[in-house]
Design a protein around this ligand. Structure first.
Ligand code: NAD
Length: 293
């Protein structure tokens, strides 16, 4: 397949590489084209705009920060929509507001272009391994056409409903991850201040009921005090804002999500917006005046 890829950041770079290595040709564009170096070495092709990507590829994947970034890449001057023609498809793998996904799908449908929202979970290590989980919203026949392509980046690809359902699933995922990191950080703080090594606590409980992928991926970063991203706090704030807006829009109260949001806002105010979200542990260090390491 000729596959367009817009957004070669922490996630898009390894994901596009996996698409290329599976035998497709990737046509790529990012504001920072130096991020395409490995892709070019693997046979990928760089383009000078989203429009050019859409002209040369049959299906265009976007992997950008939030709804306004995706809207700009698709519909601004020189963007993807200008290069699209009927029969092509756009797959947005960014984590964005579900209502924005539905809006983009409607605007693209008028051009005869199919749309899937297909956000991912798993973070950079799984993007590199090709084992991210992909949650997809869209028409079943469009999903069937692109399922194999999505599997070149992923171990699990699940159709969860119509357009927007992928991002609703992702918001659910982000609520669970944020609250889980906070729970782990709070528990390790208790252990440390009570005189028990948090690493021993982790080893003792990781295979029990409290164990989780979040615990396995984030504990070491917390123990080392290594908060290089990974998944930046500023991006998780974006997801929790979308989660709270969407929850309130459907009359659901989300108190623990609100708490996790305020912890992250406090970290942002204190200069930690670009830290990995495991940096929630730093908030516990600040308010309790101690170090976990
Ligand atoms: P990132 O900021 O590292 O990458 C975004 C890239 O998009 C950048 O390289 C930027 O230059 C490019 N870009 C933005 N607008 C553009 C435009 N109009 N045209 C061309 N290029 C443009 O972000 P990321 O960490 O790769 O995350 C991407 C998405 O995936 C986000 O929605 C995030 O929430 C989600 N996500 C991230 C992770 C993670 O661990 N980093 C995990 C799961 C999901």
């Amino acid at each position: 397949m000729n596959v367009g890829f817009i957004g070669l950041g922490i996630m898009g770079k390894p994901m596009s590489l996996n698409v290329q290595k599976a035998g497709n040709t990737v046509y790529a564009y990012d504001y920072h084209m130096e991020r395409a170096e490995e892709l070019i070495a693997a046979g990928g092709v760089t383009c000078s705009s989203g429009k050019e990507v859409a002209e040369r590829a049959d299906v265009i994947i976007t992997m950008l920060q939030n709804s306004p970034n995706v809207e700009g890449a698709l519909f601004d001057e020189g963007g993807v929509a200008e290069g699209l023609s009927a029969g092509k498809a756009v797959i947005d793998m960014s984590s964005i507001a579900p209502l924005a996904s539905r809006d983009f799908a409607e605007r693209l449908e008028k051009l005869g272009v199919d749309f899937l929202d297909a956000p991912v979970s798993g973070g950079e290590p799984k993007a590199i391994d090709g084992t991210i989980a992909v949650m997809v919203g869209g028409k079943p026949e469009v999903f069937a056409k692109y399922e194999e392509l999505l599997k070149t980046m992923s171990s699990t690809v699940t159709l969860v409903g119509g357009v927007g359902a992928g991002n609703i699933t992702k918001l659910a995922n982000q609520m669970i991850v944020a609250i889980n990191i906070a729970a782990i950080s709070e528990a390790y703080s208790l252990a440390k201040k009570a005189g028990v090594d948090p690493e021993n606590v982790y080893q003792a409980i990781r295979s029990g009921l409290a164990g989780s992928t979040v615990m396995d991926q984030k504990s070491e970063k917390i123990f080392k005090g290594d908060f290089t991203p990974g998944f930046r706090i500023e991006l998780h704030i974006k997801d929790l804002q979308n989660a709270l807006d969407t929850s309130h829009g459907v009359n659901v109260s989300a108190p623990f999500t609100s708490l996790a949001m305020e912890v992250m806002q406090s970290l942002k105010v204190n200069g930690h917006a670009k830290d990995d979200h495991s940096g929630i542990a730093e908030w516990y260090e600040m308010v309790n005046n101690f170090k976990l390491q």
